[in-house]
Each structure stands twice: as C-alpha cells, then as structure tokens.
Design a protein around this ligand. Structure first.
Ligand SMILES: Nc1ncnc2c1ncn2[C@@H]1O[C@H](COP(=O)(O)OP(=O)(O)O)[C@@H](O)[C@H]1O
Ligand SMILES: [Mg+2]
Length: 467
C-alpha cells in the first residue's frame, strides 16, 4: 500500500464554454424561443390558474427582434426571488419546485439554453409581488471559467408583475436571421407558435411577434352532434384513460370530406385539400409537441395501417397527455417531438393504430365513390379539442379492462356505401348479444361492431370454401 499517494482526486467540474456551446447545439432557434414562452406559461400557472376554459385570459407575451437584439417580455407573474437558485442555475436540483402543476419544465435549462443560443449579453428584469430585481449575464461571464455567479441588483424596470429578457451581442449568424432574414424567420416562428401554442392561445394567452398578434391553428373533427348513437354517421373514434398518473384523451376522425383520387392529384399546390393538417397532433400539458405527423412514429405504415397518402388527407387525430409531473410526459427535452420509447406512449399507440385503422378502412371502402361519401359530412359540426371533450361526456363510452391499455372508448358507426352492385346481395341477421360477444372475443375483436363480426365470420368461411 502506498502512503504518499498522488491519487487524491481529479477535477470533474463542468467546463463553462463546453456547457454553453453543447447545450445549444441540438435545438433549433425557434424551439429555443418556444422554451421562453413555456416559462411565461409557467409563470401564469404559478399564480394559480383561474380555471374555466380561458385560464390565460389577460396574460400576454411579446417577442421582438432585429439585427442587434432580441426581447421577450410578459405580464405572467415574474420570477419569485425565492426561486432564484432554480431559475438561474443550469439544471435543477431534484428537490426544487418538483411539481408546478401543468408545467412542462423538467430540467431547468430552457431559459439559459435559449439565451446562449441567441447571444452573449443578457439582462433579465423581473417583478413578482414585492420582489423587483434584474440579473445580468455580461459577456465576461462567458469567458471566466471559474466564476458561475451572476450579478443581481434591485430594479424598478418592471412596472407590473412580469419578466423582460433582453439579449444582445448576438451570436454569429443570428444578426442575419433577425436582419436580412427578418420576414422569413418571423414567418417560421409564427408558424411554430400557431401550431405548438394553439391550445394555450385558445385558452386566452395573447402572443405577439414584432407587434403582430398570433392566431392559433387547431384541428377540428367532424362530429354529428344531432343523430342518436345507433345511426350510422360521422363521429370520431375516442379513447380515454389514465396510465400511471398521466391522463390521456385521444380522438381521431375526419376534418373534411374525402377527396377523390383525381381531386387529390389535381391539388398538388395544396390549396383546396391542404394535407398539412392531416395526421396526428400530440399535446403534453396543453403544449403541442408533435404537429400533424404522418410517419411511422404515429403508426402510419405500421402493422395493418397503410402509409400516409394524399387519399388520407381528411384524417386527423389528436392525443392529449396531461400530468402534474412533467417528467412522466412522453416528450423529448426540446419539447418538439415524442419520446418514441416512452412506455405510456407505446401503450397509447395501440389505440392510435386502432383508431387510424377505422378511418383508413373507411376511406378505402368509399374508393371511387368519394363525392357521394361527402353528403355525410355536410352541415355537420367541426369540434375543437375542448368541444370534443364536452360532447364525449354525452356519448356512451365502453369500459375496456381486458384489452390493453384499459380505458374507455367510443367507436363510431360510420355510414357505408349504400348502393349494392347487381352482382351483390345484402345479408343481415339477428343473433343473441352474448353469442356475438363470444365470437368477438374468439376473434380478438372485442371493440368491433356486430355487423363487422358477422362480416368477419363470412370472410373466414369464404376463405375456407375457396380452398
Ligand atoms: N418569464 C418568466 N415568468 C415566470 N417565471 C419564469 C420566467 N422565465 C423563467 N422563469 C422561471 O425560471 C424557471 C427556470 O426556467 P428554465 O431554465 O426554462 O427551466 P425549466 O426547464 O425548469 O423550465 C422556470 O421554470 C420559471 O420558474
Ligand atoms: Mg422552461
């Protein structure tokens, strides 16, 4: 054994310059700015939401930028002095404000990452009740490897409870984006906010970019609010559940009439049948983290589901995940995407596939007769997520405890093409419900309609008869 050992300890403290550049590497500028918006929302949540359907009414966020600076200011309650360690430190210790209900903040890096992405000078001025102060990140802070502290002083800069973040000494490339690229970047940022913040704007938050008010883009599904549940009509497939403290609401259906193949092909410029909004939109605590996805990530092209195709541009789905504990939500650290390996997402995806199949099958069933199918959509209500939830309460949702994941679901009875070809005949018959359920279970089709069970039985026998 050596006694005068040189092996005492090694330095493992983070290197500031590495930290600053690494943190900003994998996030787009727009997404970094969205992180600042998330914090404004957190500020409102911290005040305690007013409840109702417009809890963000009266709160605003303004973003302005030009070739020299970037500013975001809000009236969202400010940063309490008691939270300074958490707000200004890089990364949060796990005992700090662990559950700000409804927040998406998990790691304690969003604000710092956005600042570092944009520039090398920052002034944060904030007022929360009796706390009014400003924190400065001077250019010298970035060069000093040893000192991580930031200067702070009392400030009367904020007149109302809220925060203003001003960033200067813009990083290389940013003056071009904010200057010559002003219009293009404004448009990109606007689109990102219109889709990702759609549901928070709907709940009352006012967001302006360079003085221009942002309007939300939301998905609205066709929902026949008049017909009784036994009448074939257009309504979405709906599934709700709670998995490990995460509330899930899923709805998929049509946003419009199905275009014919020719119409879809003739509309390549996307004017009449815009396909942008088709696909799955996923929300985590009101923030859209995935918008109109048409890839295998949300089930397109998986198992028995076809790949996305212009024929399916009328199909849209929404999945909402909600949890008091943001760590459980299936989103990535940039909040712009889904963590595809998240166990809760994987369970819910089974139901997304089930819903998707109903509407792709239906679309295929009406192939060549699409214009005729559109009469079922005419004059029917188009419901937003909030309205869908209200109307879902009036539907009879079936409880599923055996299938996976357990939950409650509503499966619509969609109208079928009515005309029977000369070479076809209709078969219909009446059987005991207990027997139908028995066969449904035997076929592992516990959520299928009786007519579908009957048709399946026919198809199975037909296959055998053909052998
Ligand atoms: N504009 C703001 N209004 C209110 N609180 C804010 C604001 N900006 C930052 N904060 C506070 O600072 C915290 C740290 O921000 P951030 O670095 O984004 O970490 P997190 O990932 O936890 O949100 C936020 O959660 C919030 O509590
Ligand atoms: Mg944040």
């Amino acid at each position: 054994m050596s006694t005068n050992s040189k092996y005492v300890s090694v330095v493992a403290t983070p290197v500031k310059s590495f930290f600053v550049s690494m943190l900003t590497r994998d996030i787009k500028l727009e997404d970094a700015i969205l992180d600042l918006l998330d914090n404004s929302v957190d500020g409102v949540l911290r005040l305690g939401t007013k409840g109702g359907d417009k809890p963000f009414e009266g709160f605003w966020v303004g973003i302005t930028f030009d070739k020299d600076s970037f500013t975001i200011s809000d009236n969202c309650g400010g940063i309490p002095w008691s939270l300074r360690d958490y707000a200004f430190r890089m990364g949060k210790t796990h005992d700090y404000e662990p559950t700000l209900v409804g927040s998406l903040g998990v790691y304690g890096i969003g604000m710092k990452r956005a600042i570092f992405k944009i520039g090398r000078y920052c002034l944060i001025t904030t007022k929360n009740e009796n706390d009014s102060y400003e924190v400065e990140i001077p250019p010298t802070w970035f060069e000093d490897e040893s000192d991580w502290n930031l200067p702070v002083k009392a400030s009367a800069g904020q007149k109302y409870d809220g925060t203003a973040i001003v960033i200067k000494n813009l990083n290389p490339g940013i003056p071009q984006i904010f200057g010559e690229g002003f219009l293009a970047f404004s448009r990109n940022l606007e689109e990102a906010i219109q889709t990702n913040y759609a549901y928070i704007i709907e709940k009352g938050l006012s967001i302006k970019i360079n003085g221009h008010l942002i309007t939300p883009i939301t998905t609205k599904l066709v929902f026949d609010t008049d017909a009784t549940e036994d009448v074939p009509t257009i309504r979405p497939y709906i599934f709700t559940t709670n998995i490990d403290g995460v509330d899930v609401f899923l709805a998929i259906g049509f946003t419009r009439g199905i275009p014919s193949q020719a119409e879809a092909l003739n509309d390549q410029d996307g004017k009449k049948y815009k396909s942008e909004s088709a696909g799955w939109t996923i929300l985590c605590n009101d923030r859209v983290v995935l918008y109109a996805d048409k890839t295998i990530l949300t089930g397109w092209g998986e198992a028995k589901i076809p790949h996305f195709h212009t024929q399916f541009i009328a199909i849209s789905g929404i999945v909402e995940f909600r949890s008091n504990d943001a760590k459980k939500l299936p989103t990535t650290t940039t909040k712009r995407g889904i963590d595809a390996n998240n166990p809760i997402y994987l369970q819910v995806k089974n139901k997304m596939l089930e819903g998707l199949r109903i509407f792709t099958d239906y679309t295929n069933k009406w192939k060549t007769r699409e214009p005729e199918s559109r009469k079922y959509i005419q004059e029917k209500a188009h419901l937003s997520l909030a309205e869908l939830k209200i109307h879902t309460e009036r539907l009879t949702l079936k409880s599923y405890t055996k299938s996976y994941p357990p939950g409650y679901q509503y499966k619509p009875i969609l109208p079928s093409p009515s005309i029977i070809k000369p070479t076809q005949r209709r078969i219909s018959f009446i059987k005991d419900l207990s027997d139908i359920n028995k066969i449904a279970e035997y076929l592992s089709e516990s959520s299928a309609q009786p007519s579908e069970i009957g048709e399946k039985c026919f198809d199975i026998i037909l296959d055998e008869a053909k052998k």
